[in-house]
Design a protein around this ligand. Structure first.
Ligand code: SAM
Ligand code: SF4
Length: 516
């Protein structure tokens, strides 16, 4: 395959973004090369999402756009994988017969073989497995960033939230052994990573399938012992399984960041019951309180669904009330989207779309107010920033760099004097400065640089740049806490764009552009 170029376009959550790193790694192991920026790829792979309906629409829109290119160049190949492929299977070929390969969530590793077979037989290949064949973490990866890496601790989910299609597409929870997770973390750190984000649909139930319910807290503590690992994050915890030993491990493990993304979904107990989310608002608020008691500066963010079947104005008022009480640093707010096959899709009580939109706007403005107040309270604080690449769309115009504070907040900062010269402060380096302004979705730090630490991650970035391969190699458009509003592109030319999914802190509503 040598010389054939590829591009992976990612829709969806962090799991998908990380799966795309594996798909890119597999393709490169098979001899494909990342497409040069501005060129057409020989192979376009869509890694899809099915969590909400708009993800379906986006995929078919994108496939339609590629049709003229495929007609002009029949040797070009199009592959569709991930959750929507698992759900729609041969429907994808019915709706877009120019697709060459369809593969599911359980058989990512088959992509190179399926592409080769489609080419050799001149016939489309549709292969969906019913159960996980190879744990994706055992596949090669082409990581999007030198300094921050995703590490999967589990795949699938054993919960039965009535709105959610994930368990039917990803299967039940399968946990990796802690030793394997730690070995991957150590290997990443040895390659230069300073930050890792542990990934799972419900990280708090990690270990149950291994007969070890306390395993997640122990894993956090073990990450604390990895020499050179500076920042540990995780997503997503489930309030039902969130135990105090995890809060304690977070607070007592210095490299675990003071940040928590904990999906709420609704502030109404009646709605939570119908969602089959088996915690209630008091339990959720209790966790928030205990996290704040243990880590007063923790930035807590969440996901909320508006317009779940039967949601009344009183239910919605409970959600607004909880948002005010919890003082979230950010939230991803979603309009409920019925997913065929899920219990909620069969429920009575559909909320009028105009009412859903109006509630959505009210919730989003309240959350913006809360986020802004939280960010204004940061003014004057000293922050440590891990410099990143591609997170500040306007950086080249404003002469700023961007990065994340330890609590996950996005910071745009001005660097002046000798530090402003190209290559002095590199992505992956760590700086300390003071916050000078809080905007609703980011902080600005235009004060003097208090310190600059050149790091192994910065060295790795510089070495990659000199090989012509620097920069975030997974690039793309949107960013969202659960990432489902995001679309990223792996295999685009080195150095272009921004990470497909920002680590941690939600910085925008899915429907609004990131503001600065
Ligand atoms: N496992 C995570 C949890 O339980 O918190 C969330 C995974 S899901 C991919 C990410 C988010 O998408 C959820 O937290 C929920 O807010 C949202 N979501 C899932 N299904 C949805 C639906 N049918 N309609 C609207 N939003 C949905
Ligand atoms: Fe879906 Fe998350 Fe509920 Fe699992 S815990 S069913 S992934 S929303």
């Amino acid at each position: 395959m040598s010389g054939r170029s590829y591009q992976v376009r990612t829709f969806g959550c962090q799991m998908n973004v990380h799966d795309s790193e594996r798909l890119a790694g597999l393709l490169e192991s098979a001899g494909y090369v990342p497409v040069a920026e501005g060129s057409d790829a020989d192979i376009v792979v869509f890694n899809t999402c099915a969590v909400r309906e708009n993800a379906d629409n986006r995929l078919y829109g994108n496939l339609g756009h590629l049709y003229p290119a495929k007609k002009k160049n029949p040797a070009m190949q199009i592959a569709v994988g991930g959750c929507l492929a698992q759900k729609d299977r041969s429907v994808i070929r019915d709706r877009a017969p120019w697709v060459d390969v369809v593969f599911g969530t359980h058989n990512l590793h088959r992509l190179p073989v399926l592409l080769e077979r489609a080419r050799h037989n001149a016939a489309a290949q549709v292969e969906i497995a019913e159960a996980l064949e190879v744990f994706p973490s055992s596949l090669p990866a082409r990581r999007a960033s030198q300094h921050s890496a995703w590490v999967s601790i589990s795949v699938g989910c054993d919960n039965t939230c009535t709105f959610c299609i994930v368990p039917s597409l990803r299967g039940g929870e399968r946990d990796r052994r802690p030793g394997d997770v730690l070995a991957e973390v150590e290997a990443l750190v040895a390659e230069g990573a300073l930050e890792i984000t542990l990934l799972g649909q419900n990280v708090n139930s990690y270990g149950r399938s291994l007969g070890d319910p306390g395993a997640f807290a122990r894993l956090l503590r073990a990450c604390g012992r990895v020499e050179g690992l500076e920042r540990v994050r995780f997503t997503s915890p489930h309030p039902r399984d969130f135990t105090d030993d995890v809060i304690e491990a977070m607070a007592l493990t210095p490299n675990v960041c003071p940040q928590l993304h904990m999906p709420l979904q609704s502030g109404s107990d009646a709605v939570l019951r119908r969602m089959r989310r088996s915690y209630r608002r008091d339990r959720f608020l209790g966790i928030v309180e205990r996290v704040r008691a243990a880590m007063p500066d923790a930035a807590i963010t969440t996901d909320i669904i508006v317009g779940f079947p039967g949601e009344t104005e009183a239910d919605f008022a409970d959600t607004l009330d909880l948002v005010r009480t919890a003082r979230f640093a950010g939230a991803f707010t979603f309009k409920y989207s019925p997913r065929p096959g899920t219990p909620a899709a069969e429920m009575d009580g559909e909320v009028d779309p105009a009412v859903v939109s109006e509630r959505y706007e009210r919730l989003a403005s309240l959350q913006d107010e809360m986020s802004w107040a939280g960010n204004r309270a940061q003014v004057g604080r000293q922050v440590e920033i891990l410099v990143s690449e591609g997170e500040g769309r306007k950086d080249s115009e404003t002469g700023r760099l961007s990065g994340r504070a330890r609590d996950g907040r996005l910071v745009h900062l001005l660097v002046t004097g000798p530090h402003a010269e190209d290559g002095v402060v590199r992505p992956g380096d760590v700086i300390e400065t003071v916050v000078t302004r809080g905007a609703p979705h980011h902080l600005t730090a235009d004060g003097p640089l208090l310190s600059h630490r050149r790091t192994r991650a910065g060295d790795a970035w510089e070495a990659a740049r000199s090989r012509g391969a620097a920069g975030d190699r997974t690039t793309g458009e949107g960013t969202a806490g659960d990432g489902t509003a995001g679309e990223g592109t792996a295999g685009a030319a080195a150095g272009a764009g921004r990470p497909a999914v920002a680590l941690g802190m939600p910085t925008m509503r899915p429907s609004s552009p990131a503001s600065r």
